[in-house]
Design a binder for this molecule. Structure first.
Ligand SMILES: *Cc1c(COP(=O)(O)O)cnc(C)c1O
Length: 368
């Protein structure tokens, strides 16, 4: 008997996630010195992590023989204090990506539907398909989630509706009022998943807590990977009503979040000045890159996140040419945007290098 005959059908047709290429991989493939490679492909923080987070993680490493607190007691209590919610309203994951998967475990099976935007963060679709459910994709309107169209796409089979604001890969956000009104108008059989991975970069992010106080079926997803610069450690969380958080706790692995990551997250939360500085520097970087793309005559999507979508013609070709020059960006053909690339905002010097290399690549292609 073929092994494949034993496999769940959803696994055989499951698409795979295409990550931004790690620096070491590109160095190996192209014979380049890793030290000279610049990665602006995965929306990582050019400021690194806070020194407080690094110190806390380093201390935790010395007790590496001990299993972590699977319930993340201290972190949930700290988050509860910061957000003025109850500790029971939090679930911590191995990255907020894990929370998306936990939502699948709790809610999704064959016959269920998940409403999401297209293009939006691809993990909603991957998790939906993995659990044998159907992804109902609603095109963006003016690069933003078309919330009225998403509401209209809800059927009796809809379990989840995912809204990513600011959205990846477009960098656009929906307004707070619009977003809250959308959640309030959802039918009672639908859970709203609001992915706030980039909300820390907004000057006035939407506040989901009134929705929780009203007892709405909504979960906010946050991560330490972006503005806290801890992507390597894999830690993020969801906050929701205590009942929903409890269901997600039930389906997680006993020790899903490692102790180093928990300590680093606690250290990061002690340093409120750090994310504020990163957000300020990011805004300056957005202006810098935006101006450079304008100077190059390139169309771009105005971004409020830590990356910009820019139209370069042959996205894959420009991605490869930049990579050969040691700059890794993200092609977005898999998001249905073959003419665009997504570029993470780096430090001032990194942005300068990117725009210089991009100019040389585009000039070379124009004369080729
Ligand atoms: C980066 C990102 C996340 C965070 O993922 P982690 O698993 O926490 O690293 C979540 N949602 C979106 C849209 C992202 O771009």
């Amino acid at each position: 008997m073929q092994l494949s005959a034993l496999v769940r059908p959803a696994v055989l047709t499951q698409p795979t996630y295409e990550p931004g290429k790690p620096i070491e991989t590109v160095a190996r493939e192209l014979g380049l010195d890793p030290a000279g490679i610049l990665k602006l492909a995965s929306n990582e923080n050019p400021c690194g992590p806070s020194p407080r987070a690094v110190a806390a993680a380093t201390r935790a490493l010395a007790q590496g023989e001990l299993y972590p607190d699977g319930g993340c007691y201290e972190l949930r209590h700290r988050l509860a204090a910061v957000l003025a919610l109850a500790p029971e309203q939090f679930v911590v994951g191995n990255g907020s990506n894990e929370i998306i998967e936990l939502l699948g475990h709790v809610f999704l099976g064959p016959g269920d539907e998940v409403v999401m935007a297209n293009p939006a963060f691809v993990v909603y679709k991957l998790v939906t398909l993995l659990f044998g459910a159907r992804a109902v994709e609603v095109p963006l309107r003016d690069w933003r989630h078309d919330l009225p169209a998403m509401a209209a796409a809800i059927t009796p089979r809809t379990k989840l509706v995912c809204v990513c604001s600011p959205n990846n890969p477009t960098g656009t956000a929906n307004g707070a009022e619009e977003l809250l009104a959308f959640v309030r108008a959802l039918p009672p059989h639908v859970v709203a998943v609001i992915d706030e991975a980039y909300a820390d970069y907004l000057e006035n992010p939407p506040d989901l807590r009134p929705l929780l106080a009203e007892g709405r079926k909504v979960i906010g997803l946050r991560t330490f990977s972006k503005i806290h610069g801890l992507a390597a450690l894999r830690i993020g969380y969801g906050y929701a009503g205590a009942e929903l958080a409890g269901l997600l706790q039930r389906v997680r692995q006993p020790f899903n979040v490692n102790a180093i990551a928990q300590a680093a997250a606690l250290g990061a939360l002690e340093d409120a000045e750090f994310p504020a500085r990163c957000a300020r520097e990011n805004r300056a970087g957005l202006d810098q890159l935006g101006a450079a793309f304008t100077r190059l005559g390139l169309e771009q999507v105005p971004s409020v996140a830590n990356f910009i979508l820019v139209k370069v013609g042959d996205g894959d070709g420009v991605f490869r040419a930049l990579q050969a020059r040691g700059v890794i960006v993200r092609p977005v053909k898999s998001y249905g945007l073959p003419e665009w690339i997504r570029v993470t905002v780096g430090s001032a010097a990194q942005n300068e290098r990117l725009s210089g290399e991009l100019e040389r690549v585009l000039r070379g292609r124009a004369t080729a």
